[in-house]
Design a protein around this ligand. Structure first.
Ligand SMILES: [Cu+2]
Length: 458
């Protein structure tokens, strides 16, 4: 309990400590609105984070700029805000986040793509640990065009090489969720993602410079719940390792059937989804279908270009195929922070909390804090601390609720091969802590480690 409390309070205190390093230099490079053009050149993504947003953090000090501001009002395909704010699905990251991608145009369409391919070695200690070499990653392609002078249509596809690692996924102590065989839950392993992670279409309509509405449909797609999926969070993107809080915070990022409607007002967004509650099954190459039997609502707020806050709720019908009679209500709140540093560096942070309340009267909480620091474009140091309450790790599945924690720390080195291709080498180590009841099963508090090579294109 004390360790859980310590990790939880560290997770709570860290964002306020981070806030003290808020950038003031941004105010110095404030460009007049005349320097901004309403046009949206295809290469305009390269440097979005340095564009100014008078209606955002400068709004208080510069109302005249705010009044004239129409700049890249439809830069995002989902509303009247900067495209750098877009995370996975319809989620938001801080506007200051770096985004990369290859951009081109084809007729009226703007095309964007990027890919990450990881080769990973995971070593997990103790009687419940294993080791494995596997491939992971993602390929994203998006096509976007204007419709009339107030509408934007976007089509997006995301693919994953994860199914190549096999149905049992990869060893990751304390992780649990989904199944490899339709009989047992995967325990101390991270499940592979489906080959098709997203096939979605969205239409956004601008009502004014600060108001827009959108609809988003995905098969699969991501409903309006939780922070962005881990591989899209600036503080987590460098690590190939999934968080053990995945099934609290962001496992809905692959949902086979999602319909979301949202309203964006300035730096706020309110959105609601109907979606299919069932998690993906063990057949990772198929498209699953079923009723949109679940609901989610999310409120997002980016108070400055450095922060992205959200709170969300979801009522999920029968998420697990092994326990079809159990429904789960989920709550989440998260804060993401991104700060550009000199010399192409970046500092990023995530703090998140989520609760699962199931129809069997079991309540399970999860906490996550993750950070990454790149002093320059070559190096990144990253870390993640997590604490969960779980009833899945004991001898009896869904036995007593136990508390477990882990802290992971790692480093990655980037080698730029060409303008658009970067090779990264990295490694991380993990210390896990389990409850007294679980200790004999894990032979104490086991360690883990990963090493990886990543190819980033775009
Ligand atoms: Cu996932």
């Amino acid at each position: 309990m004390t360790r859980l409390a310590m990790i939880a309070s560290a997770i709570l205190i860290a964002p306020s400590a981070m806030a003290q390093v808020t950038d003031h230099s941004a105010h110095e490079d404030h460009k007049p609105p005349a320097a901004q053009t309403p046009a949206k050149p295809a290469d305009d993504h390269s440097d979005h984070a340095q564009l100014d947003h008078p209606q955002m953090d400068h709004g208080m000090m510069d109302h005249s700029a705010m009044d004239q501001a129409t700049p890249h009002a439809m830069s995002s395909a989902l509303g009247a805000y900067a495209a750098t704010r877009d995370g996975s699905g319809t989620s938001w990251v801080p506007d200051a986040s770096a985004h990369t991608g290859l951009h081109t145009t084809a007729g009226d369409w703007m095309l964007m793509g990027h890919a990450m391919l990881d080769g990973v070695y995971s070593w997990q200690d103790g009687p419940r640990g294993e080791e494995k070499v596997f491939a992971a990653g993602m390929l994203m392609i998006a096509a976007e065009r204007s419709i009339g002078d107030a509408g934007t249509l976007q089509l997006r596809a995301m693919l994953s090489p994860d199914p190549l690692m096999g149905k049992r996924g990869y060893p990751l102590l304390l992780a649990a969720g989904e199944t490899a065989d339709g009989v047992d839950t995967l325990i101390d392993r991270q499940h592979p993602h489906d080959f098709i992670m997203e096939l979605s279409a969205s239409y956004a309509h601008r009502l004014s410079n600060t108001n827009s509405v959108f609809v988003y449909a995905g098969l699969p797609g991501e409903p309006a719940f939780g922070p962005p999926a881990f591989m899209h969070r600036p503080a987590a993107i460098v690590s190939p390792e999934a968080p053990i809080t995945h099934h609290w915070l962001d496992s809905t990022h692959i949902t086979f059937g999602v319909l979301t409607a949202g309203w964006v007002h300035d730096n706020f967004k309110l959105e609601a989804s109907r979606f299919r509650g069932r998690e993906p099954d063990e057949h990772r190459y198929d498209i699953e279908t079923g009723d949109l039997d679940s609901s989610a609502v999310r409120l997002s707020w980016n108070p400055t270009k450095n922060w992205a806050l959200q709170a969300s709720w979801a009522d999920v019908a029968s998420p697990e195929q092994l326990e079809p009679d159990v429904d789960v209500v989920k709550y989440s709140a998260s804060a993401l922070y991104t700060q550009k540093l000199a010399d192409n560096g970046e500092l990023a942070f995530t703090a998140a909390f989520a609760r699962k309340d199931n129809s069997e009267e079991v309540t399970l909480d999860a906490w996550l804090a993750e950070a990454s620091w790149s002093p320059n474009a070559d190096w990144t140091i990253f870390s993640r601390a997590e604490a969960i309450e779980t009833d899945e790790l004991g001898l009896i599945h869904h036995g007593p609720v136990e508390e477990v924690q882990r802290i992971n720390i790692g480093v990655a080195r980037n080698f730029r091969l060409t303008d658009t291709v970067v090779l990264a080498l990295g490694a991380s180590v993990t210390q896990n802590w389990v409850s007294d009841a679980l200790s004999p099963l894990y032979d104490g508090n086991p360690k883990g480690a990963m090493a990886f090579v990543r190819l980033k294109i775009g």
